[in-house]
Design a protein. Sequence first.
Length: 380
Amino acid sequence: MTQTNRVSICHVAVGDLWAGAEVQLKVLLSKLVLRPDLNLSVILFNGGRLSEEIERLGIPVSVFPEDEWGSGKMLFELVRKFQRSDMKIIHTHKYKDTILAAPAAKLCGIPYVVRTVHGLREPFEGLEAFKMSLYESIERTVHRLCVNSIIGVSSQIERRYMAEGAVPRVVCIRNGIDLEKKPIQADRWLTRKELGVDAETCLIGTIGRLTPVKGLSYLLQAVPILLRQRANVRLLIVGDGVIRKDLEAQARDLGIGENVVFLGHREDTLELMQALDIFVLPSLSEGIPMALLEAMAASRAVVASRVGGIPEIVDDGVEGILVEPMDVTRLAESCLRLIDSPETAMKMGEQARKKVVQEFSATAMADRVAGLYKELVTSR
């Protein structure tokens, strides 16, 4: 296919984090870049890990430094960049990149804007809740005036934006995990030894940002219940964030400091995942969490909150156990059930792996996104 026949698509993202949405964007681009019919480029508002990962894929990346430029100059530079291009589709991913890049695209006559919604608004209170409501009002206006299609990563998100009615086309394309990469052959027992965990100890773990919406305070509250029933339990918390010190203080106050390990940010999360006996995700809000997909791909038994897109991934009692958010007693009971029945945990882990392979591959996700692009450019 000649260069002139390829559809030019620019992804625009804030890129200030390396978390679920950013990992998902990198996974998507790693598959889209293989398609001869697409010409990809990326604009990020921050340098860092995401920029580095995308550059490794051979995709051109432009960094528009938001901290230096401010919103006015950002909009001006986006317009200038778009005017000099032959882009047909701008694809945005979060609030800030959408309210800047979508209007810029329309000002420049770029035909189509696609926006992926990676999760619904996290719960806030007081002034923060008011601010988020204001942001959502601005976002709805931008959607109505500038966006042609919204991708929701879960059916819950799809229903929410279909009900809003601001955008002509809303579709559900669930997150995917790259199952084609060579699996890491981690030595489970060596990793556990490095962590100081013996074969008789049940290692429960979670991986993600340490923020209030992840519900880790409730997981810590469940640990004393577990210890009263089973002495050989350790909790591994992998990740960093704004509430790390608060969580560490809570663990000390609960008297479980010796049973909880805070590892901070780690690059070897897949190896750590394989060392776990049970993966727990006690979130208060989620889209389609990458950490959960990775745990299932590693055949780990999972206990997770019944929120967001999680019930679309885990059938309760089949691939794992679902609990209501903030239900500390049920969270502990579910972990105890898996501790007391290794056969059940193993069976659920096997079913979890099977589910991810069949329904959540990165290739299938990218094919659906590329299909949406094709529908848009051939609709006129």
